[in-house]
Design a protein around this ligand. Structure first.
Ligand code: RFL
Ligand code: PHB
Length: 392
């Protein structure tokens, strides 16, 4: 069957869904193709840290009723080095900006519900298999749904299909340069039914490796530990995970509460970049174009930041016929993406174990940590990057 719309969006993650809502608000028709089921995307456990800009956009879109009630606002973060802790107060250092903890799958549920309520077409279990004609004015997306082959012709294609998606692979190989950095460790993440042991997030270096204490609600904790790239989930019993978390996050007079673990997975750490996110009528956004290690909490926030630029450029084009903002799309996005790459890389190397404890490299790492406590300038650098720069 053949379909037509103005903007064909591939992917119903945070990027694709926010784009659809921004376009619909300006009266621009779009269709979202998502190869997974609604249930799958609504329950995929991932990020949890929303920057102020992201929260502001979700509010502006009218998709934040639940976020306003259930989101947990944080005004500081705790950094730890082998048990020694420093608190970085965002409020004081960034003029009142902060972060909100709210699970990505909750964001996705809210965005899907809002989009469907507003009549946006989201085709679930619709697998995009080919994008044709990106150099023409009417590109076509081929997709399959329920065993049938369909085509969707449109004015523009928004590739919001994540790191493994089809869109980036459709860009001519000589239209961009690619940068990859693999880290020699992974994160094992858990969700547990236990009240968080800390009101604020704790990022910890320990001589046994990194650990992060985060949360999802007053009764659910989210925790991560550094593991080897070769480690399998079967190597990590619940008992071993709690033991390791307690040691790595430990500080005098503080104890980690334990509870039943109901989610456990291992994620590799990588940085990935391309230096051009558009070709003809195809525009990439979010993980389709860049991956940052999760230590800075930036991935979802970058996806939403790309979409602000893309929506503005597309709306401007349909209102005026001018292509200037579309032409500037990549360069506008790349400033923030490189900033986030640098911050995520900095946080990753500051808190992960890479060298023998007590070695020269490790003592430099300690010196960098100590400097946060000594210098308000350094603490401000961390705070403003962590809550997210308002304009980049
Ligand atoms: P997504 O969410 O991957 O969505 C892409 C969608 O495209 C669909 N798709 C296709 N659909 C149709 N046809 C095809 N051929 C398709 N190919 C793919 C996929 O099914 C999917 O639904 O990308 P998007 O929208 O760019 O969003 C990016 C974020 O999901 C990602 O950056 C974050 O989860 C990263 N991240 C974090 N980001 C933060 O901002 N703060 C955090 O605290 C944070 N913590 C994390 C994270 C990611 C993690 N993992 C598991 C990678 C913690 C972890 C552990
Ligand atoms: C999370 O709560 O899942 C989370 C928080 C901060 C990060 C990464 C993940 O840096």
């Amino acid at each position: 069957m053949h379909h037509h719309t103005r903007i064909g969006i591939i992917g119903a993650g945070p990027a694709g869904l926010t784009l659809a809502l921004l376009l619909q608000r300006s009266g621009i028709p779009c269709v979202i193709l998502e190869n997974r089921s609604r249930d799958y995307v609504e329950n995929r456990v991932r990020a949890g840290l929303l920057e102020q800009n992201t929260v502001d956009l979700l509010r502006d879109l009218g998709a934040a009723d639940r976020l306003n009630v259930e989101g947990l606002e944080h005004h500081g973060v705790i950094l730890s080095f082998n048990g020694q802790r420093i608190r970085v107060p965002f409020d004081e250092l960034t003029g009142g900006r902060g972060i909100t903890i709210y699970g990505q799958q909750e964001v996705v549920k809210d965005l899907i519900a809002t989009a469907l309520y507003r009549g946006i077409d989201i085709l679930f279990e619709a697998d995009a298999t080919l994008i044709e004609g990106i150099e023409s004015e009417q590109p076509t997306i081929h997709f399959t749904q329920n065993g049938l082959v369909h085509t969707l012709s449109c004015d523009f294609v928004a590739g919001c299909d994540g790191f493994h998606g089809l869109s980036r692979k459709t860009m001519p190989p000589d239209s961009y340069r690619e940068f990859r950095h693999e880290y020699p460790f992974s994160w094992l993440g858990i969700l547990a039914n236990v009240a968080p042991s800390s009101d604020e997030l704790i990022y910890a270096y320990h001589e046994r490796g990194f650990a992060l204490h985060s949360l999802r609600s007053p009764s659910v904790s989210r925790l991560y530990i550094q593991v080897d790239n070769e480690d399998k989930i079967e190597d990590w019993s619940d008992e071993r995970i709690w033991e390791e978390l307690s040691i790595r996050l430990g500080a005098e007079g503080w104890a980690l509460e334990r509870g039943p673990i109901f989610e456990k997975s291992i994620t590799p750490m990588r940085s990935f970049m391309i230096d051009n996110m558009q070709y003809g009528r195809l525009f990439l956004a979010g993980d389709a174009a860049h991956i940052v290690p999760p230590t800075g909490g930036k991935g979802l926030n970058l996806a939403v930041a790309d979409i602000r630029w893309l929506a503005e450029a597309l709306i401007h084009f349909f209102e005026t016929g001018q292509t200037d903002l579309l032409e500037q799309y990549s360069s506008n996005c790349l400033r923030r993406i490189w900033r986030a790459q640098d911050f995520s890389n900095f946080m990753t190397y500051l808190f992960h174990k890479q060298a023998e404890h007590g070695s020269f490299e490790n003592l430099l790492q300690k010196a960098k940590f100590d400097y946060i406590g000594i210098s308000k300038a350094q603490a401000t650098t961390i705070a403003e990057n962590y809550v997210g720069l308002k304009d980049v």
